[in-house]
Design a binder for this molecule. Structure first.
Ligand SMILES: Nc1ncnc2c1ncn2[C@@H]1O[C@H](COP(=O)(O)OP(=O)(O)OP(=O)(O)O)[C@@H](O)[C@H]1O
Length: 610
């Protein structure tokens, strides 16, 4: 798992930590830039232009007032300069409004592109990670927080851009104030610093709260899904689960509400107090400027310019300081995002992979293979010693939890053994290219996915490069008996399956299984692995599937997992697994003669049919 970048304790975030979180911003801007270089440049350009507008407007205002007063005092009739100034102010006001709109538009378009780009990056990275990483709840929390960043961080983008814009505006306004009286700046700082400290304190509280709530938020989403989705509606009705689910939702959401509202109330109370302090600061400065004007140290135009500058500066400072806590907050949240990309898979391609054997010569050998799931104390498999020869059909039987599925996941390198090794043609499986290995395996898992896509696409996922190869898809469907089903569907192979989209049609359990089985036939794989491939099929379909299976896998290796002994007996050799290890091995007849576990289970099943 990744090194933990986020060393920040959840409860308190110090200023140093805030500042140090800003080091994430370059990574962030790199992503923004990659989402759209053109829009990033436009946004910067527009904001720089916009930052000069406040001082330009105030200064033109000052000139207008001074001009009006001069006109009154001199009783002259030449007002052309005055109207020129009014026209300039009008132009500036229109330009400011136009710039605001263009900035909003660019930010929102850039934000959408950023969100799409980062979502794709997350999916791409997630695809490289190991299965056991997905089975870890800490990883899920991280993934969840990274996902939230794709949307939440578009706000950060506007915030950082606005921050830059406001800093430039402040520099312009400060120049005027400093020229008049530098002490005003001190007054300004005294007025706004308490408010900044308050903001930053409450923002860190918010972050800590929201971070600590991630697992519960995931549970809340899950409960929401349980309570209202087509996949769960059947059981919710039959078992009468609605009240149970709603009660759980209420307990969790009430807790969220209580925690969040307590913080919001506190924040609002302190916020009001600090804002009064700010107002006091402004009026102190205002009084001072008026006093100076009365004493003849400044013109009336300068009074409006300075008072306006002070008001705008104090509001800009307040905004930028409190925005700083938001920006640093956002930058801290970026840790989650960056941390997610730090997670690296353990199951990877070797640097110099061996070419995958075609054909496989001596086959697979499991040598004292043991495997423990990362979240489990016990071995799911241990001391596995057996081989799978080229062209051999091997059946795995055993009671629930015996380790059958785990064994085939090891063969497909979804996990690597915790001890022992798996050899292919005398070489460790880890020495071969991972993609090549998976290309050479045709697998149907017990818990295959019912894709809410078309009939044809549901089969093509078995070999996605051939998605447009109609002939191949139809051939695979014929081999798994799914073609008969396609003939019954109104739109045939283009029929959308599942109920979620496009007037899709739902299939029965057995029909879905035939479609999924066709996926395994999409590749000309050297090894076929079928985990309970016919558990949902009727007796006739099962018989036919296996008739074809024997022909289709002629000369190929196959691993079949089945609880049905009628299926298992078709294999050349049967491995009886118990508690993760091989208990017996042999052909159907040999195992019956042995009168061990296989014979016991076989006779139990046969008895059920008598
Ligand atoms: N993802 C997982 N994380 C932790 N333990 C797991 C995981 N998957 C399986 N196990 C455990 O490993 C053991 C073997 O499971 P496996 O799925 O290989 O059994 P199986 O023989 O295929 O069972 P079944 O016939 O019920 O499909 C079980 O004790 C199970 O609880």
């Amino acid at each position: 798992m990744a090194k933990n970048r986020n060393t920040i304790p959840l409860q308190n975030i110090t200023f140093r930590q805030r500042f140090s979180s800003l080091k994430n911003l370059p990574v962030f801007f790199k992503l923004v830039w990659k989402s759209s270089p053109k829009k990033t440049l436009i946004s910067f350009g527009l904001r720089i232009l916009r930052s000069a507008m406040p001082v330009a407007l105030l200064y033109t205002g000052k000139l207008i007032i001074d001009n009006v007063i001069a006109l009154n005092a001199n009783h002259t009739a030449d007002t052309s300069k005055l109207w020129e100034l009014v026209a300039i102010e009008f132009g500036l006001a229109v330009l400011t409004d136009g710039l605001n709109r263009m900035i909003n538009l660019t930010d929102s378009l850039l934000g959408d592109q950023f969100s799409n780009y980062t979502s794709m990056r997350i999916m791409r990275h997630a695809a490289t990670l190991d299965l056991d990483q997905f089975e870890d709840s800490v990883f899920y929390d991280k993934l969840e927080r990274a996902r939230q960043q794709t949307v939440g961080r578009t706000v950060l983008l506007s915030q950082v851009m606005s921050q830059i814009q406001d800093f430039i505006s402040m520099a312009f306004l400060l120049t005027g104030l400093i020229a008049f009286n530098p002490w005003l700046i001190l007054l300004l700082l005294i007025a706004i610093i308490p408010s900044f400290l308050g903001e930053s304190y409450f923002n860190s509280k918010n972050y800590a709260l929201s971070r600590s709530q991630t697992p519960e938020r995931r549970e809340l989403d899950y409960i929401r899904y349980l309570g209202a989705s087509d996949e769960t509606a059947k059981e919710v009705k039959i078992f009468g689960l609605a009240d149970f689910i709603i009660k759980r939702f209420k307990t969790l959401s009430d807790k969220f509400y209580a925690d969040n509202s307590k913080l919001a109330l506190n924040r609002s109370g302190w916020g009001t107090f600090f804002s009064v302090l700010g107002t006091i600061g402004y009026y102190a400065a205002y009084g001072f400027i008026i006093y100076q004007t009365i004493n003849g140290n400044a013109s009336v135009g300068s009074l409006t310019f300075l008072a306006g500058s002070f008001r705008q500066l104090s509001s800009l400072m307040e905004t930028t300081l409190s925005r700083f806590t938001l920006v640093s907050q956002g930058a801290i949240y970026l840790n989650d995002f960056i941390e997610f990309f730090d997670i690296q898979p353990k199951i990877t391609k070797p640097k110099n992979p061996l070419p995958f054997p075609n054909p496989i010569k001596t086959g697979f050998i499991f040598e004292a293979v043991g495997f423990k799931y990362h979240n489990s104390e016990n071995y799911a498999c241990r001391d596995l010693n057996f081989d799978l020869k080229p062209g051999e059909k091997l059946a795995l039987v055993g009671e629930n939890g015996a380790g059958k599925t785990t064994l085939v996941k090891l063969l497909a390198r979804l996990y690597d053994p915790s001890e022992g090794r798996i050899l292919l043609d005398g070489q460790d499986l880890k020495n071969y290219d991972l993609d090549e290995l998976r290309k050479n395996l045709g697998i149907l898992f017990q818990d295959y996915i019912r894709y809410q896509m078309t009939f044809s696409q549901n089969i093509a996922v078995g070999n996605i490069e051939e998605i447009d190869n109609k002939n191949l898809i139809e051939k695979a469907a014929t081999e798994s008996l799914a073609d008969l089903l396609a003939k019954k569907l109104p739109l045939g192979y283009d029929q959308w399956l599942g109920r979620k989209f496009n007037d899709g049609i739902e299939l029965s359990g057995g029909e879905w299984q035939k479609v999924a089985l066709a996926r395994a036939y999409m590749k000309d794989a050297q090894v076929l692995i079928l985990d309970e491939p016919t558990s949902a099929l009727d007796a006739r379909a099962e018989y036919e599937v296996f008739q074809r299976f024997a022909e289709l896998t002629h000369g190929k290796s196959a691993v079949l997992i089945s609880h049905r002994f009628s299926t298992a007996r078709l294999a050349d050799r049967i491995l009886v697994l118990d508690k993760g290890t091989v208990l017996e091995t042999g052909s159907h007849e040999e195992l019956l003669d042995k009168n061990g576990r296989y014979a016991e289970l076989f006779n139990l099943q046969a008895k059920g049919y008598q």
